[in-house]
Ligand binder design. Structure first.
Ligand code: NZQ
Ligand code: ZN
Length: 388
């Protein structure tokens, strides 16, 4: 296990009715709030009403920024920064899924920076300060509610980039499983895939003796495999929604990646797909991740796939290693398909037209891709071709 410093300061209020915690949190932290929302779901499903009721109890003035799109755009971040400066906002409340939270985090860092907020994404500038962000999460997927990452798309150049910093980790997050009841089947399934692939990115690693992280990772995968089909078929099943929601936070809040070399190649490739084609992140991962697995499977990596196949898919131990590994990858793809996720690019109308450019951009954006297996531009094009 590698050295690490573990510090996850986000306060999580988990469960039915936990929105009531907003009153005291906001009283304590905010003088004027920017509420950030997406394209209307939180208003349609009355989550927004609950939030406003609590803000009114706290008696803190607020301004709204609505309309954040999935795969949030830089333009909306600039707009948010402008509002914060003009209105002397000192607290941002994100009410929505990963896109709304990511936009809020970027705004929070941008307000405290004299240059262009895109510098954090494209130039490697590290933010030193940000407005505090709180979240009311409405979709289980990204883990953004408990981590210090944000992913934003610059619309004119179609580049989708990320940065991570402790200054943008939410100070609190409200996770009410009932708020995820209204997420449609497609985004529910995409969320489950995203959670599973976050686990893969940290699980598939050569770091030895990371048993604590890996057994927790396997528990999260088992939760997704058990409850994924239930949230898909029975969206109002509280316990299923609760388990998926909490798995989503723990899958990407540093817990299972501490002390390990992480991979993130599937994400690097998927971000190029959603940057150009604006597809759902989880759907892109359902296509890329199994192809990545097949591509990196070799003598050097087979052991980890065997561990995965036996511990997660209960594949019989007496088969050959390569057989177990291939079966585990096939089972992964079948599971994604069982949630009606696409597993080929054809299903989302993507051809090989931009593969070379995407591979080049990914290398440029990430510097180095993959650690379980280091990928070249050629590898990325091969993975994309295998995903057709
Ligand atoms: O726009 P609204 O109306 O809010 O509708 C959203 C959107 O259409 C809808 N939705 C959210 N909550 C709902 C709901 N519909 C009904 N009822 C509810 N309760 O779901 C759709 C998708 O929302 P979005 O926020 O885009 O999804 P997700 O949470 O999957 O976020 C995806 C974004 O996060 C990035 C992705 O790349 C993508 O841009 N990621 C962020 C990460 C992070 N910050 O750590 C890590 C991830 O790997 C990922 O890259
Ligand atoms: Zn993801």
């Amino acid at each position: 296990m590698l050295n690490f410093t573990h510090h996850i300061p986000t306060i999580v209020y988990f469960g039915k009715g936990q929105v009531s915690a907003l009153e005291s949190e906001l009283k304590k932290r905010a003088k004027k709030i920017l509420i950030v929302t997406g394209q209307g779901s939180v208003k349609k499903h009355c989550i927004f009403d609950d939030v406003i009721r609590e803000i009114k109890k706290a008696n803190v003035p607020y301004v709204e920024l609505s309309g954040i799109k999935p795969n949030p755009r830089l333009k909306s971040v600039y707009h948010g920064i402008e509002i914060c400066k003009k209105e002397s906002i000192d607290f941002i409340l994100a009410v929505g899924g990963g896109s709304v939270i990511d936009a809020s985090k970027a705004i929070a860092a941008g307000v405290k920076y004299n240059g262009d907020v895109w510098d954090f994404f494209a130039e490697g500038v590290k933010p030193t300060d940000a407005l505090p962000v709180g979240t009311v999460l409405t979709l289980a997927a990204t883990g953004s509610e408990m981590n210090g990452n944000t992913v934003i798309t610059k619309e004119d150049t179609k580049r989708k980039l990320a940065f991570g910093s402790p200054v943008i980790r939410p100070v609190f997050s409200i996770l009410d499983p009932e708020y995820t009841y209204s997420v449609n089947k497609y985004h529910t399934a995409a969320g489950v895939v995203d959670i599973m692939v976050h686990v893969f990115e940290q699980y598939f690693s050569h770091t030895p003796a990371s048993d604590v992280q890996d057994r927790i990772a396997e528990a999260l995968l088992k939760v997704c495999i058990k409850y994924g089909p239930i949230v898909y078929k029975k969206p109002h099943d509280y316990d299923a929604r609760a388990n998926i929601l909490w798995a989503g936070s723990l899958a990407l809040n540093d817990l299972i990646g501490e002390g390990k070399q992480e991979d993130w190649a599937s994400h690097a490739i998927e971000h190029e797909l959603s940057a150009i084609y604006d597809i759902s992140h989880g759907a892109g991962l359902a296509i890329v991740s199994p192809s990545w697995m097949k591509h990196v499977l070799s003598k050097n990596t087979v052991n980890k796939f065997v561990e995965y196949g036996i511990n997660i898919w209960n594949i019989e131990k007496n088969r050959t290693e390569i057989d177990i590994a291939n079966e585990a990858i096939d089972r992964t793809k079948k599971f994604f398909k069982s949630l009606s996720m696409p597993t080929t690019l054809k299903e989302v109308n993507i051809s090989d037209e931009h593969f070379e450019k995407m591979a080049k951009n990914a290398m440029e954006d990430w510097g180095k891709i993959g650690s379980f297996k280091k990928l070249t531009e050629k590898d990325i094009v091969q993975i994309l071709n295998a995903s057709l």
